[in-house]
Design a protein around this ligand. Structure first.
Ligand code: MG
Length: 256
């Protein structure tokens, strides 16, 4: 009996010692924790869509399948069965945007005609100046820095992530606007990240200027916010589900 009691007593002592070690370790951890001291505003709550391609609660819907009223010259494009098809002219958003996240779905013509740059050509021009190429690049050779998801005549996509002609594809674009000094000097270049069909094809690419057909890329000073342009290049390219979110890095107050 005495022996059993002694065993219990010893077990108790061991348990308490273990607890003490645990508490000491936790205290040490607390003591060691680094805190930046920066006072951050609380990030806004944004409700995601049911699916990741649906507009979240803070998105501006630019095309919901019904009308292109948010676009200049939207009446030039055909709208049918929830789909807008390029026709007659480029279209540009009535609103202007700075740093943003843009979601857009497109399909090049199912019936293949033409070749190279003449096959399913359109394009998403950020700020009306920086083209992320849309092209049918499924078994359709062209110059690599002009194929689908290239930054036109600046860099090819890292991989060719194109679906077949007629199949729906998506771009999720993150664009950071360039900053200019008063005299037009570039203080900060533009950057583009593009995910095509869930695959990263442009990784925070530093643009060397506007994208041109007939001249080398170069910057021309422009406003901090500009419209988005969708190109009509002679081919009927389909679009649906277009939405945009303006984005802003949170700024914290650093300790004095
Ligand atoms: Mg184009």
């Amino acid at each position: 009996m005495i022996r059993t009691r002694k065993l219990f007593w010893m077990a108790g002592v061991i348990a308490m010692a273990a607890m003490a070690v645990g508490v000491a370790a936790a205290v040490a951890r607390l003591k060691d924790e680094y805190k930046s001291g920066i006072v951050w505003p609380e990030p806004n709550v944004v409700t995601p869509g049911k699916m990741d391609n649906e507009p979240p609660s803070d998105a501006i819907v630019l095309f919901d399948g019904k009308e292109l009223s948010k676009w200049n010259k939207g009446e030039n494009w055909e709208i049918k069965d929830g789909v807008a098809t390029s026709r007659k002219s480029d279209i540009t958003t009535k609103d202007s945007f700075g740093d943003c996240q843009l979601h857009i779905e497109f399909a090049t013509p199912e019936k293949v005609s033409g070749s190279g740059q003449g096959r399913g050509n359109s394009g998403v021009y950020m700020m009306t100046k920086y083209e992320i190429q849309i092209l049918d690049s499924y078994n359709n050779p062209t110059y690599f820095d002009g194929q689908c998801a290239s930054i036109y005549k600046q860099t090819p996509p890292m991989v060719n992530a194109c679906r077949k002609p007629g199949e729906w594809q998506s771009y999720d674009i993150v664009f950071n606007v360039p900053k200019f000094a008063e005299d037009g000097k570039v203080l900060k270049p533009a950057y583009a990240t593009v995910i095509q069909n869930g695959i990263l094809v442009q990784n925070h690419y530093e643009l060397i200027g506007g994208t041109f057909y007939d001249q080398p890329a170069h910057y021309e000073k422009h406003a901090e916010k500009m419209p988005i342009l969708l190109q009509f290049h002679g081919n009927p390219v389909k679009f649906r589900n277009i939405w945009i979110r303006e984005i802003k890095q949170l700024e914290g107050k650093k300790p004095q």
